[in-house]
Ligand binder design. Sequence first.
Ligand SMILES: Nc1nc2c(ncn2[C@@H]2O[C@H](COP(=O)(O)OP(=O)(O)OP(=O)(O)O)[C@@H](O)[C@H]2O)c(=O)[nH]1
Ligand SMILES: [Mg+2]
Length: 219
Amino acid sequence: MKINVVESVLKANDAVAQTNRRRMDETGILTINIMSAPGSGKTTLLERTIPALGTDTRCAVLVGDLQTTRDAERLGGVAAQVTQINTGKGCHLSATQVADGLDSLDLNKVDYLFIENVGNMVCPAAVNLGEHLRVVLLSVPEGEDKVAKYPTLFQPADAILLTKIDLSTVLEHNKTKVYEDISRVNSRATLIECSPRTGAGMQDWYDWLQRQRPERAGD
Ligand SMILES: Nc1nc2c(ncn2[C@@H]2O[C@H](COP(=O)(O)OP(=O)(O)OP(=O)(O)O)[C@@H](O)[C@H]2O)c(=O)[nH]1
Ligand SMILES: [Mg+2]
């Protein structure tokens, strides 16, 4: 009985996610759901990425956190449109919250919509928001074992960013272990090593983002 209740909640979410996707497609938006543990560097990645995409590329952000507008304030300086979604006690964004977020944006003025999900390595991965692509960050300070411990986050990822690589030497990080685990759970994702702090590897990420737009259905 309990399982049926959980399934129906996810089904209801999926119906809203489908509507979200239709709205994004109708307005030619490419939507990327960015997920990771708290503090992996999602907001920092966007702070660096959005200006790098150039003034001709119109970016919007929906950012989810339990409390505060701090990430939206940080991103307000780089993105033309930013909406903070406070989830209260919720550990992930839902399709309905994203639908409300879409209502808050002028969708005709968006090329890339970045959704910064709530920092969490479990719950966001189970919830479809209607996004086209999923990007997962794993930062060097989190250690080498997270892919094996939290495979459901990494399995559906289209790109996995190994971030904060500027800290690799000081933390004696063994990326070979990380890549071995990724090859077991997801052989499809593009792997990018980068540091939004120093700029290392960031061009690979920008190139990946730019390659995604023509491949999107509806373009
Ligand atoms: N050394 C280093 N620090 C970084 C890098 N990227 C982000 N940081 C730092 O990591 C901390 C967390 O970064 P945020 O961008 O706030 O992380 P987040 O994933 O958005 O965090 P939540 O929204 O709370 O989940 C900040 O102090 C950043 O300056 C990096 O490439 N190298
Ligand atoms: Mg953030």
